[in-house]
Design a binder for this molecule. Sequence first.
Ligand code: DX5
Ligand code: ZN
Length: 216
Amino acid sequence: MSKLIAPSILSGNFAHLSKDIEMLNKSNADSIHVDIMDGVFVPNISFGFPVLKAIKKLASKPLDVHLMIIQPERYISRFKEAGADTLIVHFEACRHLHNTIQAIKQEGMLAGVAINPHTPINNLEAIIKDIDQLLIMSVNPGFGGQKLIEHTYRKVELARDLIQRSHVKTIIGLDGGVNLTNAPQLIAAGADLLVSGSYIFRSDNPSKTISDFKAL
Ligand code: DX5
Ligand code: ZN
């Protein structure tokens, strides 16, 4: 079965978002990855609710909203209202992660948890069965266009092992520095979903690049 591909709109052209979203709507992408950064959890600021709402109006694919913000539990219902289908919070940003995951599900969204490169997979033992998507960061979050950290492959294998041992259906996503060269190895290690930003949007034919990912 082909893997899920979620292009990251962070690498889109913000002056012509509608053009990029139209391209994604017509492409073979499974969902659209939307990065929200607060300038505190990560050293960058992206955009907030008004832009997310505008994206939602145009998009015909589900939105995976990746929150790189502190205390994301403050905004769960507002992200639902703004159009998130899957809401992804950071393990490192949540004091009561179990609670936050339940609150996301109660709002009718799928719950995702992202982990930074320094966070070990075994920290998820107690929570994996509650998560719909585990997003393994393959770069330090904050910026598109970085290089994938090599240790990521091992983490994907460990996540796959944890998921199998736990008899759950959590999907494993990869975010940061993903391209057509490293994707086969990530898939072989156990990735189900690939997020890719700069590699897709900087390619000559983004729609074809998405199809090339799907063909792997
Ligand atoms: C990084 C973001 C990523 C980013 C990926 O902090 O979470 O989703 O947009 O972009 P690339 O594929 O360029 O690394
Ligand atoms: Zn992201």
